[in-house]
Design a protein. Sequence first.
Length: 88
Amino acid sequence: MELPVSAVRRQIASGLDIMVHLGRMRDRSRKVLEILEITGYSYEKEEILTHTLYEFEESRKGGEKVEGTLVKKGELEQTRKLERAGLM
């Protein structure tokens, strides 16, 4: 069955709440680079809308070993599921 790309993107946007982006750094280590909240789908732009919650920031640049922390960039916007589960 052939589906348009926009339909697939809408399905992904409705099925995911949080996305964790992992990446390999220049020192070959793996780090969590970003934690995103999926906030919806834009029909005009035909793209999944995201909101950054945490982002990795390097503390020392230029060294052999990549060091840093996840820095909070925003608050969780979509809280309905947490409220229904009694977590908020």
